[in-house]
Design a protein around this ligand. Sequence first.
Ligand SMILES: CC(C)(COP(=O)(O)OP(=O)(O)OC[C@H]1O[C@@H](n2cnc3c(N)ncnc32)[C@H](O)[C@@H]1OP(=O)(O)O)[C@@H](O)C(=O)NCCC(=O)NCCS
Length: 231
Amino acid sequence: MVEPRPSRHRQADLEVTAPTMPSIRPFHPADLDALYDIALKTGDSGQDATALHDDPKLIGHIYAAPYALLEPASAFVAEDEAGVAGYIVGTADTRAFDARLEAEWWPALRARYDDPAAKPLERWSADERRHYVIHHPYKTPERIVAVYPAHLHINLLPRLQGRDVGRRLLDCFLAAVGKAGARGVHLGCGAANTRALHFYARYGFSEIERSARTHTVWMGIEVPVGGGDAT
Ligand SMILES: CC(C)(COP(=O)(O)OP(=O)(O)OC[C@H]1O[C@@H](n2cnc3c(N)ncnc32)[C@H](O)[C@@H]1OP(=O)(O)O)[C@@H](O)C(=O)NCCC(=O)NCCS
């Protein structure tokens, strides 16, 4: 006798498995390549910047790797069954971190990449715009750092977006920098990144000011005494 085939309905039931909840844990140096990859794939106002750059590591050199390596106490990753797909990095003390970058991070990169300053701005490639930042890092205005001394960068690959992972990473970060003594956190977000702006406002960040020149929206949040609640 021939076994009856499972109905179409039954097959569909077997194929659909609920995705497991992504887990969050502290950064480990073995995650570094994943951080570079995520930084690139979300580096154009939240969209994939791969097509813009010849050197795929430039965005990570500026916005991900130095934080994770120099400030691991406030670096967390989110991973699912396919691997690390999101991170939050930052520092509890922006000015002390600026000084460490000058001493320990920028010199090697400045030796590798030329400063394009002598060339007309309109002829810079996307890579050269990043080279310029390496040679002339942006300094957050003192009036912002004085009130919100910590700052952060958060990036999730599309498969982790819209799943509450951003909020959970922020909870961990605020707890970590609160423990390190920071009472306020700022961030700079491109004015075109409406999704991220909405997300930060929903979490509790307030707009501090906007820069028309750099199209940056500065936002800040106070860190609850006791450091918040990490999940
Ligand atoms: C920005 C980011 C960290 C947010 O984390 P997330 O866990 O995906 O959170 P969500 O985007 O789901 O945010 C929650 C809110 O934003 C809303 N939102 C989602 N997509 C949106 C969009 N395209 N425009 C406006 N709001 C949007 C959600 O509806 C939700 O609002 P609600 O709670 O009022 O419903 C994440 O999407 C990300 O990493 N994006 C790419 C990298 C990036 O842009 N980083 C920030 C650089 S400053």
